[in-house]
Design a protein around this ligand. Structure first.
Ligand SMILES: C[S@@+](CC[C@H](N)C(=O)[O-])C[C@H]1O[C@@H](n2cnc3c(N)ncnc32)[C@H](O)[C@@H]1O
Length: 349
């Protein structure tokens, strides 16, 4: 079987945006196709009109470029009507046609209530599947293998079996990072740091003594992330900032409008979680970078209920306009901890 389709996991309710994005991105890469996606299913599948082009797309598309997908897996057609008495065997047979050695096996399902209900079925399946794979000559646990095997159940008797490049996919099962931090709001910035940078870059870019401005900082979840990394933060918000952060000696609180505040000295980072229209935030972030007020910025864009993909394109165009059409690096991602939002990273090249 040829893995010529692209299975994309996404936040339930964002299948349409995921479909618009992959169709547009594939077309930019010269691959025409269409998407099958059921509303609220938590995933979408891109079919290229030409199978060989689809397979190539899956190899060359950079996962980090994609905003709305949490995970990207190359798959052949859906395996359906799996026999309830032995689901493992046909899955193993399919896997064998995709490769002989894999870094690991992930058994997954959509991040929806229906998907969660499948866990009682998939959990006991793992040992049977591992046995069936071994019998079919498929090796798991090969640390040198560049690919991971994914089995994504979409119903009790149907699943996609596919492969992902370890270096070009999310490093978490179901594309969901499990982070431990004291408050939910702080998780978005923690996840952004994980998603946008590898460990080495993270240590370099968020190093002790670096400076940041946090616009819309109250009660202080994002500031907390930066303080944890021994950075010096100006927290801008009319609302209160957690006293423990102020006591750290690393945080100055400024009760000001985030749209009017600017730093006396350039800072390493501007982070922004103000609830405002996405275009206003995108313009503000781009101006900070364009004026040299910050070296880089991470900001959250709260999307409207409708035309969310179009709104993102508008934000990209605004940023491009403010920065003179080039010389910058922009990445956007709908993080697991984002709801009706996406998070962006912007810096000068
Ligand atoms: C989602 S909350 C921020 C949560 C924060 N990132 C955290 O992790 O604790 C949004 C904040 O933006 C602030 N805000 C909204 N508009 C603002 C503005 N124009 N200037 C400054 N702060 C603003 C609100 O007061 C609110 O505290």
């Amino acid at each position: 079987m040829s893995a010529s389709r692209l299975l994309l996991y996404c936040r339930a309710g964002f299948e349409k945006e995921c479909a618009q994005e992959i169709t547009a991105t594939a077309a930019e890469m010269g691959v025409e196709g269409y998407v099958k996606a059921r509303p609220d299913s938590g995933f979408a599948v891109f079919h290229a009109h030409q199978e060989d082009m689809g397979a190539e797309l899956g190899k060359h598309l950079e996962f980090r470029r994609i905003v709305f997908a949490r995970q990207m897996v190359r798959v052949p057609e859906l395996l359906s009507a799996l026999p309830e008495a032995d689901r493992a065997r046909p899955i193993a047979e399919c896997a064998r046609t995709l490769g002989r050695r894999f870094r690991e096996l992930w058994i997954e399902m959509p991040d929806t209530n229906d998907g969660k209900a499948l866990a009682s079925l998939t959990r006991p399946l793992a040992p049977h599947l591992e046995k069936a794979l071994a019998k079919s000559g498929v090796a798991l646990g090969d640390a040198k293998a560049g690919e991971r095997l994914h089995v994504f159940f979409v119903g009790g008797r149907a699943c996609y079996v596919g492969i992902a490049d370890v270096a070009n996919s999310a490093p978490w099962p179901m594309g969901i990072p499990r982070l431990r931090t004291p408050s939910r709001s702080t998780l978005k910035l923690a996840e952004a740091m994980q998603v946008f940078f590898d460990e080495r870059e993270r240590e370099k870019r968020f190093a002790p003594g670096m400076t940041a401005a946090d616009l819309g900082a109250s009660p202080g979840g994002w500031t907390w992330q930066l303080v944890q990394r021994h950075m010096i933060v100006t927290a801008v918000d009319n609302g209160a900032i957690d006293a423990r952060l102020l006591d750290s000696g690393q945080v100055k609180h400024r009760r000001e409008d985030g749209f009017h505040f600017h730093p006396a000295e350039p800072v390493d980072w501007m982070v922004c979680d103000m609830v405002e229209s996405p275009s206003r935030i995108a313009r503000l972030a781009a101006q900070w970078v364009a004026r040299g007020w910050c070296a880089a910025t991470i900001f959250n864009l709260k999307l409207p209920m409708k035309k969310r993909w179009e709104e993102l394109q508008r934000c990209r165009a605004l940023i491009d306009g403010e920065l003179g059409g080039g010389g910058y690096f922009l990445r956007m991602k709908q993080l697991y901890h984002d709801r009706e939002e996406v998070t962006a990273y912007l810096a000068r090249r």
